[in-house]
Design a protein around this ligand. Structure first.
Ligand code: NAP
Length: 326
């Protein structure tokens, strides 16, 4: 193991070119922390928000990356064996301490989940944050039950597509939106039952299919679409606010009686590694290996293509997860 590593550093918010690849000292884990040799990492909107300067609580310079996938390189507390395959996510990664856009990353053991899989690293690297958010939204956020219906607003996002995959595994009826009719096949290809073209009015389209409204809805676009998403849901149904693809996430002058349809429940989800039980991760990966579960990956980039990859994320030109291999 060398003493240095290549990492993607952001000195201050800026364009994709503000992400520079540098040689940095390899971090040394303290007791209770784990050094991971990163094999692949997924890109996330959170890192885009950091690069654009609209994320809160981030300090610079910073190695970005709220998730990473790889093998344990050092673990002074003995929580994990050297060489164990692991994922890590959230908890300040890439925000308050250096994250996964590097050949090595050092994270608290509580944020690390072990797994075992012969899948290639580019597939494995797509999974952790996307799966944690989809699983956490369905369980903590929505308490979704088998055979219920779900509307996914922002359906072609990686979190949206992962939620559709998990929803179908639960036997749910999945309705998912895209603003782009050309992307409908990407959604039907992963099992979405009804693709709705999002022109701002989705509630009427939902009620043409389910006159009483959907049982559950996952809001990933943000507060511009939230009132219409709320109108799509049946009495005693639930909307979970998990994402803000529009970069708008606040409601001004919130008057509940005016804003919320009668009897419709609004929750929110913001999670961490603790919301992804190791068994759920392992079962998902085993399903992928067996060919029964799809990982919605849009494109895999090399480490040296990080600027191109971030530009693609910002342009929103892909359906599914963008992954970088180290
Ligand atoms: N709460 C949490 O713990 C948590 C964790 C992870 C992610 N998130 C959030 O979940 C959301 C999804 O993240 P992701 O990484 O899966 O996204 P992504 O894959 O980068 O999603 C991109 C897609 O979003 C769609 N979209 C719909 N409305 C949009 C709009 N107004 N502006 C831009 N894009 C729009 C576009 O699809 P079409 O062109 O097909 O419409 C676009 O292709 C993000 O807001 C992210 O911050 C939350």
């Amino acid at each position: 193991m060398t003493d240095t590593m290549r990492a993607v550093v952001l000195d201050a918010p800026g364009s994709p070119e503000a992400l520079t690849i540098r040689e940095l000292p390899r971090p040394t884990p303290a007791h209770g922390w784990v050094l991971i040799q990163v094999k692949a990492f997924g890109l996330n909107r959170s890192e885009l928000h950091t690069r654009l300067g609209i994320a809160e609580g981030v300090t610079f310079p910073r190695v970005l990356g709220i998730e990473a996938t790889g093998v344990v390189a050092a673990c002074p507390g003995g929580e994990f064996a050297i060489g164990q395959q692991v994922v890590a996510m959230m908890g300040g990664m890439g925000r308050t301490f250096d994250g996964g856009y590097a050949q090595y990353t050092c994270v608290p053991a509580a944020q690390v989940i072990a797994f075992s899989s012969a899948l290639d690293w580019s597939t494995l690297g797509a999974v952790p944050e996307m799966l944690q958010t989809a699983h956490g939204s369905l369980t903590v956020g929505l308490d979704a039950q088998p055979r219920q219906s779900i509307l996914i607003r922002g359906g072609t996002s990686s979190v949206g597509m992962a939620t559709a995959v998990l929803g179908k595994q639960r036997g749910m009826t999945v309705l998912a939106t895209t603003r782009n009719p050309d992307r409908a096949s990407a959604l039907t290809g992963i099992g979405v039952d009804h693709v709705l073209i999002d022109d701002g009015d989705v509630a009427d389209k939902v009620r043409a299919i389910l006159p009483d409204g959907v049982d559950t809805a996952l809001e990933l676009v943000g507060t511009p679409t939230l009132p219409d998403t709320l109108r799509s849901v049946r009495v005693h149904g639930v909307v979970c606010f998990t994402g803000m693809l529009s970069n708008q996430w606040t409601v001004r002058d919130f008057y509940p009686i005016d804003y919320l349809p009668r009897g419709v429940r609004l929750t929110a989800y913001h999670g961490d590694a603790g919301d992804l039980p190791p068994r759920v991760l392992q079962d998902f990966l085993d399903g992928v290996a067996a060919g029964s579960t799809v990982v919605p990956i849009a494109r895999v980039y090399d480490f040296g293509q990080i600027v191109e990859a971030h530009a693609a994320m910002e342009a929103g030109i892909s359906s599914g997860k963008l992954v970088v291999t180290t």
